[in-house]
Design a protein around this ligand. Sequence first.
Ligand code: 5AD
Ligand code: FES
Length: 357
Amino acid sequence: MTAATTVRDLIDRLEEDRELSLEQWERVFKEWTEEDRLYAAEKARRTALENFGNKIYIRGIVEFSNICKNDCLYCGIRASNKEVSRYRLTEEEILQCCDEGYGYGFRTFVLQSGEDRYFTAEILAGIVRKIKAAHPDCAVTLSVGELGYDEYKLLKEAGADRYLLRHETADKEHYGRLHPPQMSWEHRMRCLEQLMELGYQVGAGIMVGSPYQTERCLAEDMVFLGSFKPHMIGIGPFLPHKDTPFKDMPKGPYELTLFLLSLCRLMLPRVLLPATTALGTIRPNGREQGVLCGANVIMPNLSPTAVRKKYMLYDNKICTGDESAQCRSCLERRMAAIGYEVAITRGDHHDKICDIR
Ligand code: 5AD
Ligand code: FES
């Protein structure tokens, strides 16, 4: 590479080759300007339109328990936060949320919780089976953290289609600064490998601007995502929560989050890329901007209004006072306002050519 190579050249190369080296990524993150970001956003938006048209996939999230054995330093529902009022939905309540969501056109249900030991793989498998029996045309996504291979297998056999487990950071040392010593980066990465091996559609991802994150960390994240090729990538800004050790840490940069969305779209053109709730929290029109920068998924909340305020991973989370029906029509409006349409479909990751997954 000559010294004259600009970030813009690297974005062109990314679009062409679908990859950059670790050093190239590091340069991108050290040297980018707002102009470069807009250049990437334009290309990413076009790429998303070519692959998905103006359709936005929606997934309804059911936050069924905020009880968690882990103590991630960034997370509002970490075990040592005694200010949280803890809850668990019953199986009936979970199924009810899905039924309600079905009526609003959701064809994917994401069951998300803290790492709550009460919900064993057996219990979860029973719930997955019931959802699939009631709604055979729907996909079920799990987002319940680190489990063992046999547990992931049981859940897959019960009918779970997808699994979200953000890797949080591809840098082992950085991982150690975000998590207590009991948690291991190797184990998390092993979980992701196992999920892929078991045939799940897998989602990885990071928080942008998490404490101690460097340009090098982001470069490592992009190299990891480019080689692991997850079907989904969850990216949102880090947002502090008042009752965590990171309460005084700055929010992750909004523009950098949008830039990362665009870069992911260019690297993995068909990846399912949500404009996250955190992005909508840091800016009132953050999700719309996410879509305009290459995102193609939105994941509104289907949890009962009574528990929404208790599932606060970070401060000021949006939609905690709204009914599912309100969020659904709100999204329709927001997407229409920027020329996009909410699609009533499972929105699977379809790829005949595995290489460009
Ligand atoms: N700010 C932004 N994102 C957060 N998450 C957890 N805590 C925060 C926070 N304070 C993200 C993590 C986790 C996902 C469920 O939510 O990346 O994997
Ligand atoms: Fe929840 Fe707009 S999406 S109120």
